[in-house]
Design a protein around this ligand. Structure first.
Ligand code: SF4
Length: 412
């Protein structure tokens, strides 16, 4: 069986037929995974300096020169690559005395930290399939972000204790600013929130669980929701970026809500990062630096604080290495602009052409993790998935992210 690294579900039931080193047929991919596999043949990068194609060695040497001359480098990205490459990146950051960040919003980091600290209970996706009777998609839309989530784990499959599945035993609740594809497809209860109204919604749920009349929302429907949550045997909340951004700085309220639910019944929380190995990056960073993201490794003890957040680090750095993501497409405009300031050379390591590679001074092509490069990654629930390369890279000199970072490290 092959694996798909198209999202953080890391589906490992992909059946691929390989002939003469090419993939000729694939089964079990969703449309997003299919796009990911098709990307093997589209928009691949070439080694470049200042927009001109060069030999790979020249691009690597230029990247080394830039990083060597930098006094305050920023290494960002990391979530779409193997844990082995992430570990090589942390080593490189130590050697350079660099700041290292991923591109996810700080609120996701806050939630993940509470989960890793055991303040908010979590579970695996296999627990969801086997036991969950209520799934709450709050600001998340797996039909688009993780297309096989509903069919493999949270709504359609039969599980150990959920043999009657969605027909009788699984309830899906969606909370979103618009009727998302997930809400349209399977939501038994859909709660529309105004943008940024998630804290009021959380307060209203807390009120109904306390037997009080909620101050906001349709009171009758909120009381119905309270009844459903009380009757739940094993509930799981899947927070998405919409909810996390709205609750930025208010995660205590969410923790309080989850604690209240667990006084009544069993409720878990499983965040849904989109990139294939965000969870692996957080875990490695925590193990190796003590913090899950936004860390300066410039001598002494690792430093973590507002200065090391990507938005601030982008303004103060004098060179950028972007690897394992497309920060210019993903970050707020002000941060993207700061990353592309004049006189701040940008190095991009990426298998594909992107906004970041188009803006980069140096581009180093890399093999696609999971398809052309093997390694390990953590699924969104923290389960470790190991994979072998499915095919050999299209070009003999195409290296994995790990190999490129190791080469840079060696030269420095
Ligand atoms: S759900 Fe995600 S990992 Fe699974 S096939 Fe689709 S894109 Fe790939």
């Amino acid at each position: 069986m092959a694996i798909c690294t198209g999202c953080s579900l890391l589906c490992e039931d992909i059946e691929a037929t390989i002939k003469d080193g090419n993939i000729t047929a694939v089964k079990n991919l969703c449309r997003k995974g299919n796009g990911h596999y098709q990307a093997l043949k589209t928009d691949r990068t070439k080694p470049m300096i200042d927009g001109k194609e060069v030999a790979l060695d020249a691009a690597v040497s230029k990247a080394v020169e830039i990083l060597k001359n930098s006094k305050n480098p920023l290494l960002c990205g990391w979530s779409n690559m193997t844990m082995e490459a992430q570990a090589a990146g942390i080593l490189l950051a130590r050697k350079l005395g660099a700041t290292i960040c991923d591109t996810s919003p700080t609120c996701q980091e806050d939630l993940m930290e509470r989960i890793m600290d055991g303040k908010i209970p979590t579970c695996t996706l296999d627990d969801v399939r086997n036991f969950a009777d209520t799934s709450v998609f709050w600001g998340s839309d797996p039909s688009n972000s993780h297309p096989r989530h509903l069919s493999r784990f949270s709504y359609y499959p039969r599980g150990e204790k959920r043999q009657k599945s969605y027909e009788e035993e699984r309830i899906c609740v969606t909370v979103d600013v618009r009727k998302s594809a997930t809400a349209t497809l399977c939501s038994n209860y859909y709660f529309r929130q105004p943008p940024g109204g998630d804290a009021e919604f959380a307060e209203a749920v807390l009120a109904v669980l306390d037997g009080k009349i909620p101050k906001v929302g349709d009171k009758k429907r909120m009381i119905e929701l309270g009844t459903l949550l009380r009757k739940t045997e094993y509930g799981v909340i899947f927070p998405g970026p919409g909810m996390l951004l709205a609750l930025q700085g208010k995660m205590d309220l969410f923790e309080k809500l989850v604690a209240k639910l667990n006084e009544i019944t069993k409720f878990k929380v499983l965040p849904m990062p989109e990139h294939c190995n965000t969870r692996g990056y957080y875990q490695l960073m925590r193990e190796q630096t003590g913090f899950i993201n936004g860390v300066s490794l410039r001598g002494g003890a690792p430093a973590h604080g507002p200065e090391q957040r990507l938005a601030a680090a982008a303004k103060s750095c004098d060179a950028v290495l972007a690897v394992g993501s497309d920060p210019l497409a993903e970050l707020p405009l002000a941060t993207a602009r700061a990353l592309t300031r004049a006189n701040v050379p940008l190095i991009a390591i990426d298998p594909h052409r992107s906004l970041t590679t188009d803006a980069a001074k140096v581009v180093i092509p890399s093999a696609m993790s999971g398809l052309e490069a093997g390694g390990t990654a953590l699924r969104m629930d923290g389960v470790k998935i190991a994979f072998e390369p499915l095919i050999k890279p299209g070009k003999p000199d195409l290296l994995s992210d790990e190999q490129i970072l190791a080469r840079i490290m060696e030269a420095i």
